[in-house]
Design a protein around this ligand. Sequence first.
Ligand SMILES: *Cc1c(COP(=O)(O)O)cnc(C)c1O
Length: 383
Amino acid sequence: MSNTNIMLMGMQNLSYDYSSLSRKYKDFINISPIQTGAVLPDESKKALDEFAIGYAPYNLAQGIEIMDIEIVKEFIYKDLPGFLGSDIARITFGARDGIYTAMRLAAKPHDTVLVDENRHYTTVLAAEKAGLNIIEAKSTGYPDYTIDADEYISLMEKHKPSLAILTYPDGNYGNLPDAKTIGEAAKENNVPFLLNCAYSIGRMPISLKRLNADFVIGSGHKSMASIGPVGVIGASEKWSEKMLKKSKYYEKNELEFLGSEIRGSSFITLMASFPYLVRRINEWDKEVAKARWFSKSLEMLGLLQLGEKPHRHDLMKFKTDIFYEISKIHPKKRTFLYEELKKNRITGIQQGRTKNIKLSTYGIEKESLKKVIEAFEKIVDTY
Ligand SMILES: *Cc1c(COP(=O)(O)O)cnc(C)c1O
């Protein structure tokens, strides 16, 4: 018997208990920044169920390219660019894939790209994979951690990077730097400009044209009510020829996307959720007002909101010295905060964190957020 077969014999009763993952926290209030923008609306759950029979989108039309399907064409050629304020748009495997695509289009190996210090780590990985050098515009540091437009622009003018990348907002503090002004300067200096909108496209109105960007990228599983991995990239007309270039061997197929875009269930939920996204971005002002109210309430308990104030996004980081002090005396040590919140049917705070916490109020009812505030208050009062 070969080694493989011996291994397989031990696996005959294999099963993974994944059901507990989703059920355990089913009726919890979830304030995880990574998850609040990705909650599927009912229509999307239904679409997912309908397509849960295999190689999904091909059920729409057997045996043809996904881009030949009428409703897909309408979505990708018309509705999605309309939503992004771009001239063209395509589907990607996620924000990081979109960043990598833009880098490949705008830069060649050994070129330099400009990033902001609040960038996501995948921006750096994408640059490394594309063989690019990185220049970083520093943030102002504690407590605001803002990216100053003037400083970013002066680095851009000095180094003339092949691509300038701005995180809008960043995933640590939820800061929204002055993209429009930086975009204007990028245009004047002929520097291609990429906005990383992983935490904005699908939450708030974003327009590539209005922000003077060459590219915008979004993340389906961060902010577009989709199961991942999936993302979007929008670009201006200038990049159309390069981005949509066809294969010389297969003249129908776009080379950059290896002939076919993301297909399958992640794409289906993105498309099914799209009308819902178009509606929900109109509620953005309310979401911001709610985040500010929440931030104020936590600050009254003695926590300190980091990042821009007043805040303009639902993702927030708080410095939580009180919780750190409690963790030193609490029997549960560093996991106490997570456990205490769990008792109150609240989840989403990273386990083991007490010095600072990251959370999001997006899409959560005010009544539920009040319960979160009360839970924090109880913890502060008890210890
Ligand atoms: C999560 C995140 C990414 C990566 O997103 P994926 O869609 O998972 O690739 C990139 N940038 C920011 C700011 C993020 O928060």
